[in-house]
Design a protein around this ligand. Structure first.
Ligand SMILES: CCCc1ccc(-c2ccc(S(=O)(=O)CCO)cc2)cc1[C@H]1C[C@H]1c1ccccn1
Length: 240
């Protein structure tokens, strides 16, 4: 198959992001502060600024019973479900279908007063990863979203400020087979989710406002999204 113009960048970025997502918080360098906790969900951030703009890296870890990594990545990646769970989304367009596991998105997010409205252009790639640590362990699945340029949508040409994001959703399915050898049900599966994101807001926005938005929005987003996947899958066959 002819490789797409972005393929080399996608493959390199996915490998880099997955390597970082697999590292524990302790190995990810210093300065991580736990800022939100809800049951199994723990959310960390590091306070970082570039040219006075807040670009705080975020890392969340969560364990959800009854769903698999393939299912979590499927509902995160597919455009047809996004309006159901992404509450800050104002508009989403698929600019290009690069392949069946790689899409180019244009998204505008609802304006956060007093900052100007933001938009993002990013490729999104979904991939199953060999579990190289535990060969007979279940596979891992990931979706990586990474901002990119698109000639037909130059940055900051309209009313929206272009943001630059790198997001990695890494999922590891855990199966606890029933003792009595009966078939595996959703009671026997769980998914360890690691969500990493770095967002450059692209233009000035008050640090206090941005940090308040992230503190409020990210825990809401991960809880809402995982609840959505649980509800969407509960009466469906398990997608391993
Ligand atoms: C000034 C910039 C604010 C800002 C930057 C970035 C994002 C954002 C974009 C994409 C993704 S995703 O994980 O790729 C899922 C696809 O949408 C998550 C978050 C949202 C906001 C805004 C709306 C706020 C927000 C922040 C955090 C979570 C959700 N929404």
């Amino acid at each position: 198959a002819v490789l797409h113009r972005l393929w080399a960048e996608i493959d390199k970025t996915v490998k880099q992001q997955v390597t970082m997502a697999r590292m524990g918080i302790g190995e990810c360098g210093t300065g991580w502060q736990l800022f939100a906790e809800d049951g199994e969900m723990k959310m960390y951030r590091r306070e970082e600024e570039i040219d006075g703009m807040v670009v705080d890296p975020l890392k969340a870890v969560h364990v959800v019973k009854g769903i698999t990594g393939h299912e979590v990545c499927h509902y995160f990646f597919s455009p047809k479900y996004r309006y159901d769970w992404e509450t800050t989304l104002e508009h989403m367009t698929v600019l290009e279908t690069i392949s069946d596991d790689t899409l180019l998105f244009l998204q505008t997010h609802k304006r956060i007063w007093p900052a100007s409205q933001r938009e993002a252009v990013f490729w999104s790639h979904m991939r199953k990863l060999p579990n190289d640590q535990d060969r007979d362990g279940p596979d891992m699945w990931t979706v990586v979203n990474n901002s990119t340029e698109d000639e037909s949508h130059p940055a900051n040409s309209g009313k929206c400020v272009r943001i630059y994001l790198t997001v990695c959703l890494l999922c590891q399915t855990r199966v606890h087979p029933p003792k009595d050898g009966t078939p595996i049900t959703r009671d026997n599966v769980s998914c360890k989710i690691t969500y990493c994101s770095v967002v450059n807001p692209g233009g000035w926005a008050p640090a206090s406002v941005l940090r308040a938005v992230y503190k409020r929005e990210y825990p809401k987003f991960l809880k809402r999204f995982t609840t959505y996947v649980t509800n969407q899958t509960k009466n469906k066959p398990i997608m391993f």
